[in-house]
Design a protein around this ligand. Sequence first.
Ligand code: GLN
Length: 498
Amino acid sequence: MSADIIKKSAAELAGLISSGEASAVEVTQAHLDRIAAVEDSVKAFTHVDPETALAQARTVDERRAAGEALGPLAGVPIAHKDVFTTIDMPTTASSKILEGWRPPYDATVTRRLREAGLVILGKTNMDEFAMGSSTENSAFGPTHNPWDLNKIPGGSSGGSSAAVAAYEAPLATGTDTGGSIRQPAAVTGLVGMKPTYGGSSRYGLIAFASSLDTPGPLARTVLDAALLHEAFSGHDPMDSTSIDQPVPPVVEAARRAEVGGLRVGVVKEFGGEGYQPGVLARFHEAVEVLESLGAKVVEVSCPHFTYALPAYYLIAPSECSSNLARFDGMRYGLRVGDDETRSAEEVMALTRAEGFGPEVKRRIMLGTYALSSGYYDAYYGKAQQVRTLIARDFDAAFEQVDVLISPTTPTTAFAIGERADDPMAMYLADLCTIPSNLAGNAAISVPCGLADEDSLPVGLQIMAPVLADDRVYRVGAAVERALQDRWGGPLLAKAPEL
Ligand code: GLN
């Protein structure tokens, strides 16, 4: 029974629980057993709490038995990226500086999902403060890709992608600042969605770059991602950048799954040199699939997208240098060298020197430099102007087409260690995802097959205008259905047994 349970989608599990065919406790236990069996090799979690999880599941079963009306995902287990605060579990952002920190409150995303009856299995590993594309920047060691344990699971939400791809959890949360949901989803054969900026609340999310950070879902099917998206999204008065508009009808769109008559634009700037041939081959097949389903595909140029990566690597470090100033050894977590011989400044310096990893320090230095007087206009100011040009490229493109598509990443999962000493190579992983962060629009990654060279998953990115999140689900679900007909089932079924 438990082997069957873990392979079911969240929608199926919710159905079994609401009809009484399975209890939330049974479903939770099956996932805890799976975690116990594979976690030694996958290392997706920073914290697993079986007792708390089973207690939450028991509550759902009791509420159901009492005849209470429960939400559409009640009793379904979930893993949270360790960047969302959780009142009953430590929250570390995979940094030594927050090791063991227990937040006094839940993030809005955590709280809404708790109220919706989802059962929290634990917290997932990530690149420290969400800075990275491989989860190798975690202070607690790397996470392994279930498709090939020597490969990275993507990042920064790599613990979440690995947990869902390894059937340790049917659903997970992530955050996407430059691609950290879509890229891990792409390289592990999952669905990962970056909602419209401001569509999901940042309250209780440990901040990296506040104008870019966006919580979103990771799941094995487009419908599951939509169900999770709907469960935690919507206006939040606790987040000043939260959009006060209804949540786009994402679940309805995922169920609709058709693209007849839709205009699809292939981004001319993304493809060709620097892209793995197997990634391009699968992408071109996806284009053909869309055409066969009745979409009109055209090429669209977004000339400023080539400047997105350099602009992002000024804007994101600038914002992080400001956000991470709060980790001073006075208020949270680690404190180093606190004795009567040292001043507060010395303690702060010692704490930050020991508490932050090398990538975080690199970004704080970059950002501090870019924001310093005399350089602000030349670097940060210029990057913000580029950001506007990118948003205008999107506006112009969306006058011609309904959605834009590209490969999600230029390559499949690379080997652990391969890019660890080469930040520039690492940064390239987000080449195609960053424009949607800079412009704030909706973008999803759905599986589109395995590359011939290495039999590893490739992702198709679908982008839509701000607040048209439903559109990417509609297209993503249509592609998913057509490709699964071809594959004879989900792509993940092709992954080796762990
Ligand atoms: N990989 C990108 C970075 O290192 C994006 C990270 C993210 O989206 N959190 O900044």
